[in-house]
Design a protein around this ligand. Structure first.
Ligand code: SF4
Ligand code: SF4
Length: 376
């Protein structure tokens, strides 16, 4: 049987700069949270993600004995500002579909473990951050994120990956506490624009912009449209404001060329006008939480971001999108965005929109015109 030292060395060779070990015992604290806050997570259960089962590694691998946690820094290279303003960093170079980077490294590491006689599973629904804390690899932030002990300047720009194995490996000492300094007066909780952070380590995921951008139902409620700002997919605000992340944010990092090459495809105007083939070939392989049937939500998010950008250059794009779309959620948000940009040109554009869509759309157009101070 291979030793922990050999596993660590191999994980390092595959680019995982930190490795920890914990037992495959259940996670009762996570189970308790899920039971107590069932309504917060009902959407996940409804989507077929059995988070409850994920709290017991033996439901995933009956012979499970240990968990090896490898730490991936997903922000080891810098990203263009035009991408960081609209998309959460953890989604920018996520190759779970393209499998050209991290996917290959995980596969190589798992192949090594298998060749050494271990059975392995990497379950999506296991509490990976909690596994990392139990393996002593860092502490929690009040924003519910995990802060690493030794890579990326102890920041939260990491993805702990828990590999359940059937081998007995000595566990490391847990670090299950919150590691925030007393002098930080809950900056993340105050800064969360949608009030998703209810208190230290307590989040209502249904209010989080990340959830709202890819799972939100119906047209985004009016009271959330401005707070959701420029985010189109994901949100990094509670990490950007965190002093525990300041040292890494200040670092000069090499530029991620893969993400640079994605910039033209992810321009807001391109996303607003994209058709299904464009979505499936250029967008979905990188950001895949929404399928083509949810393309309306992409467009609605983009229209809202254009509105919040206050950029008059988007007025013609929004008018064009009003003509191209039939979905009332897109049409309603396009009208809202024109009202949000405001000014004479936006008012004229709103007045010139064809009569189409449902009552909801007509109401959004009327309200948007009121925003600009001009009546229809
Ligand atoms: S990701 Fe954004 S919306 Fe979600 S908790 Fe953090 S600041 Fe709030
Ligand atoms: S902003 Fe402050 S309270 Fe929130 S995670 Fe960072 S250090 Fe902790």
């Amino acid at each position: 049987m291979i030793t922990k030292e050999e596993i660590v060395r191999k994980a390092n060779e595959f680019g995982f700069q930190d490795v920890g070990f914990t037992s495959a015992e259940p996670f009762p604290s996570q189970r308790k949270v899920l039971e107590e806050r069932r309504e917060y997570y009902q959407w996940a259960f409804d989507a077929g993600l059995d988070l409850m089962a994920g709290t017991d590694p033996q439901t995933i691998l009956p012979e499970a004995k240990s968990i090896i946690v490898v730490m991936e820094v997903y922000f080891r290279e810098s990203y263009p500002a035009s991408m960081e303003s609209h998309f959460g960093r953890c989604y920018l170079d996520d190759d779970r579909v393209t499998r050209d980077r991290l996917g290959n490294r995980i596969k190589g590491f798992r192949d090594y473990l298998r060749a050494s006689g271990m059975r392995t599973k990497i379950p999506f629904h296991l509490p990976h951050r909690l596994a990392a804390a139990r393996a002593g690899m860092g502490t929690f932030g009040k924003n519910c994120l995990f802060y690493t002990r030794q890579v990326a300047h102890q920041s939260s720009w990491v993805l702990p990956i828990a590999v359940v194995v059937d081998a007995v490996l000595e566990p490391d000492s847990p670090t299950l506490e919150v590691g925030c300094p007393d002098w930080c007066k809950n900056t993340c909780i105050i800064a969360c624009p949608t009030g998703a952070l209810l208190g230290p380590r307590k989040i209502d995921p249904r209010k989080c912009i990340s959830y709202l951008t890819y799972f939100g139902d119906g047209i985004t409620p009016r009271e959330l449209r401005e707070p959701m700002g420029l985010w189109v997919y994901g949100c990094d605000r509670c990490q950007n404001v965190c002093p525990r992340n300041a040292a890494w944010l200040a670092k000069e990092l090499p530029v991620n060329q893969k993400v640079v090459s994605m910039v033209p495809d992810f321009r807001l105007d391109k996303l607003l006008h994209m058709d299904i083939p464009y979505f499936n070939t250029r967008v979905w392989p990188h950001m895949f939480y929404m399928s083509e049937k949810d393309i309306w939500r992409w467009k609605m998010n983009v229209a809202r971001a254009m509105g919040n950008s206050l950029e008059p250059k988007y007025i013609p794009e929004l008018v064009r999108a009003f003509g191209e779309n039939e979905d009332e959620r897109v049409l309603g948000m396009v009208a809202w965005a024109l009202g949000r940009i405001g000014g004479k040109d936006a008012a004229q554009a709103l007045q010139g929109l064809p009569q189409k869509g449902s009552e909801l759309v007509a109401e959004e157009v009327t309200l948007a015109l009121e925003e600009t101070g001009v009546s229809r």
